[in-house]
Design a protein around this ligand. Structure first.
Ligand SMILES: [Zn+2]
Length: 412
């Protein structure tokens, strides 16, 4: 599966190590708790204006706000096949109001696409939110990207503009700030339509998955990481993410043991998708045992915590699974649930080869949890948010508890 893994490592240094190496992964933005009232009002005002105008004009075509149109000098750029495919997939993937995390739905992220240079040399940009185009513009500057795949925008007041190096690195040029402030946007993911220098063309769905993954970091996690607020556990501090790789590959033996453990987890998801609860319960028990055994074998392997002290693989993996696995669940798994991709593609993603396996193992554990307790996800995610320690709030502990209650009920 195409995952921009190699680009996920950024030079770093910040209060939250995440910032640093955090993959195309975090950004920050408003959380539902920091309610982006100004943005909502702005869009709402536009809707009300249109409704009022419709009443006055009694126009037959009224009923929806007018679709914004790109500036003339950008119409060619937006008509390109790659731009149209990205926009179509983004609109389709971000219009659901399904709750992904307490207070957060796919409609809550703001996405700015950069279709490339206009005929007069500016950057052709468009803003989408809740599956709708909000505005287009031709801006004087190219955006600031953190990797070739994406960048972030935060307005000047984001959560009181904490003194956070990551925020400084994400600052957009003046023309962008003026445009997005005028639109009342608090935070956004910025993505080029065409990724320069990337060895292969990314399918539109993969770009949307990345956008939504980043959106989760920005809207849900970043407020906790950088502004000590939001619906995310307080104990989450990113360890040395590159160091976690040793937990999967400390030796050839560990590599093959981990491969078997990951395959068991894929099997668990497949059995649950097949509604085969008997096999799911036996496979879930095997996964727990394999994971416990591997961690016991990794006794001599440690990963540096954010403060430099040493953590076990069990702890470090759990933190990274929560940070990245949940963001992948919020994108890959939820988009699968909404029919945006197929089971085959999802499973291929879960089976992908990459160094940072916590993206996959985290997403799979949360997916398995959701499949066993679809009606309890709000309660389960709240228990993660409110957990007091990594041992209590990890996705593995969550899966273990869910397996226990799911498997206590005789199949049938
Ligand atoms: Zn990420």
């Amino acid at each position: 599966m195409i995952h921009p893994q190699p680009l996920r490592t950024l030079p770093t240094s910040t209060r939250h190590p995440v910032s640093a190496t955090h993959d195309p992964t975090f950004a920050f933005g408003p959380t539902e708790l920091a309610s982006p009232d100004r943005r909502v009002n702005m869009v709402g005002m536009s809707d009300r204006w249109w409704f009022g105008t419709c009443v006055v004009l009694a126009a037959a075509a009224c009923g929806a706000p007018p679709e914004p149109v790109p500036p003339v000098e950008c119409q060619t750029a937006w008509a390109e096949e790659e731009a149209r495919a990205f926009v179509e997939a983004l609109v389709s993937g971000t219009q659901s109001d399904r709750t992904v995390w307490p207070g957060y739905t796919l409609r809550d992220g703001s996405y700015v696409l950069d279709a490339g240079p206009s005929e007069t040399g500016g950057a052709c940009v468009g803003l989408w939110r809740a599956g709708r185009a909000i505005a287009f513009a031709s801006l004087a500057d190219a955006p600031t990207l953190l990797t070739p795949l994406y960048g972030y925008y935060f307005n000047a007041e984001w959560h009181g503009a904490p003194d956070e190096p990551m925020l400084a690195r994400a600052v957009q040029p003046p023309s962008w700030r003026t445009w997005l402030e005028g639109l009342g946007v608090e935070s956004a993911i910025v993505m080029p339509v065409t990724v320069s220098g990337f060895p292969i063309a990314l399918p539109a769905f993969v770009k949307v998955q990345l956008a939504v993954h980043e959106g989760f970091h920005v809207v849900v996690q970043a407020p906790r990481w950088y502004a000590a607020t939001g619906a995310w556990p307080e104990w989450d501090r990113q360890p040395d993410r590159a160091g976690v790789r040793a937990c999967y590959a400390a030796s050839e033996g560990i590599k093959s043991i981990f491969a078997a453990e990951r395959a068991t987890l894929v099997q668990l998801v497949n059995h649950l998708l097949d509604r085969d609860s008997a096999r799911a319960c036996s496979t879930g028990a095997v996964f727990m045992m394999e994971r416990t055994n591997r961690h016991a074998m990794l006794d001599g392997v440690h990963v540096a915590r954010h403060d430099g002290t040493l953590a076990s693989c069990s702890e470090a993996e759990a933190i990274m699974e929560l940070e990245e696995g949940t963001a992948d669940y919020a994108s890959w798994t939820v988009l699968f649930d909404l029919g945006q991709t197929t089971r085959d593609r999802l499973i291929r993603r879960y089976e992908a080869q990459q160094d940072d396996m916590y993206y996959l193992t985290g997403a799979m554990q949360l997916h398995a949890t959701q499949l066993m307790a679809p009606d309890r996800m709000e309660e389960i995610s709240r228990s993660i948010i409110e957990s007091r320690s990594v041992d209590d709030g990890s996705l593995t502990a969550t899966l273990d508890r869910t397996l226990t209650s799911y498997c206590a009920v005789p199949p049938g």
